[in-house]
Structure formats: C-alpha cells, structure tokens
Design a protein around this ligand. Structure first.
Ligand SMILES: [Fe+2]
Length: 207
C-alpha cells in the first residue's frame, strides 16, 4: 500500500470537491452528491498500473496554467501525476479524428475501474487535449460534467456553434446530448465526471 499516493489521491478528490463546491453551474450539485457516495477509504484504494501517453508532454504547461486558477488543485494533480493510468477510447483513431489526434488526446480515471477507487457506476477523471484539436460530435448515456482548468477551449452542444468557455467554467451534458470540444493554441486540461450509466462508452456521430 502506497500511503503517500493514497494521501495524494484523497487530497486531489478533496480539491476537486472544494473547487466545484464554490461554483454554480448545471449538474455540479449532482456530481458532488455522487462523489460523496463513493467508497474512498483506505481499504478501497487500488493502485492502477501507471501509463503515460504522448499528450502528457503538454501536462506541465497545463498544470502551470491551473496554478493561476486553483493552486491547491494544481499541486494535487502534480502529486498524483506519476500514478495515473492514461488511456484512450479504443474506437478513436487519427483516421477518424484527424492527423495527430491520438498524440494529443488522453484521459485518466481518478475514481473508476482504471482509477484509484473503483467507483459505483461513477467516474471522475482528467482529460487532456493538445493544441488545435477538434474532439468532434459524440454522445453517451452517462450525464457528464466538464471543468476545464485551462483557458481557450470551445464547446458545442447539439451540433450548435462553438462557444469559448473561460478557465474554470463548467459544462454539463445531459444523457445522450451530442457534444464536441475544440482547443486553440494552448493545450486543455479538464476534470470530468460521468455520474451514472457509465457502462456504455462514448459514440462518435456518424459522418
Ligand atoms: Fe462526453
């Protein structure tokens, strides 16, 4: 049992909860309620096999920017960084999402089957997208909250126009809502959560 990693993970979950608790967007209260229901005691701790991805070359810049928004959260992310298992959705490829996408995309679960606590039909994690990427229209049964910790990301719902959201904004996608994300010149680091119905992966809109 890696007590230091357990402590850092609990710190990170607490920092996310504290950060969300002072915000007032759609879906936040539901995410906090579901977070509070998760088993995150010592006995529940799992150490995932750490895994890195090419997109992590942008993580230092993104953590640096997060320092300006929430220094405690930025430090907590840095503290667990080496324990995270970064993954990609298996159906995603450069052929589908654009040349270089898979070198600029990855997510890691904090709570979830690949995270530090397995979660009860609940996922909490981090997403990274490199600069100038378009994570195009997709949908899933799980209701989803995004909390970008960096500036310059743009968001579309129901295939509508993209709107740039400020650093620290939250974006809520009800179940089966079509949504997409674009990045500008800077990489994006975001906290995300799926609050229920987590067994069905995201599906890209048919071209
Ligand atoms: Fe999504």
């Amino acid at each position: 049992m890696n007590t230091e990693l357990f402590d850092s993970t609990r710190w990170l979950i607490g920092a996310i909860a504290r950060g969300l608790n002072v915000r007032h967007g759609d879906g936040i209260a539901g995410v906090l309620d579901r977070m509070a229901e998760q088993a995150i005691a010592h006995a529940d701790f799992i150490e995932p096999e750490p895994r890195v991805l090419p997109v992590l070359r942008h993580l230092p810049q993104a953590i640096g920017e997060t320092m300006l928004l929430d220094p405690d959260l930025a430090a907590a992310i840095a503290a667990v960084e080496e324990g995270l298992q970064w993954r990609q959705s298996s159906s995603y490829s450069d052929a589908i999402l654009g040349e270089g996408f898979t070198a600029n995309y990855g997510w890691a679960e904090i709570i979830g089957p690949r995270g530090f606590f397995k979660g009860d039909d609940f996922l909490l994690g981090l997403l990274m997208l490199g600069p100038d990427r378009h994570y195009r229209d997709h949908y899933h049964p799980a209701p989803e909250l995004y909390w970008p910790l960096t500036s310059g990301s743009s968001w579309s719902r129901d295939s509508g126009a993209f709107a740039e959201m400020p650093q620290g904004a939250t974006i809520w996608h009800p179940s089966m809502t079509m949504h997409a994300t674009k990045t500008g010149p800077a990489p994006m680091l975001a906290v995300w959560s799926w609050t229920r119905d987590t067994g069905t992966p995201a599906k890209l809109r048919e071209a």
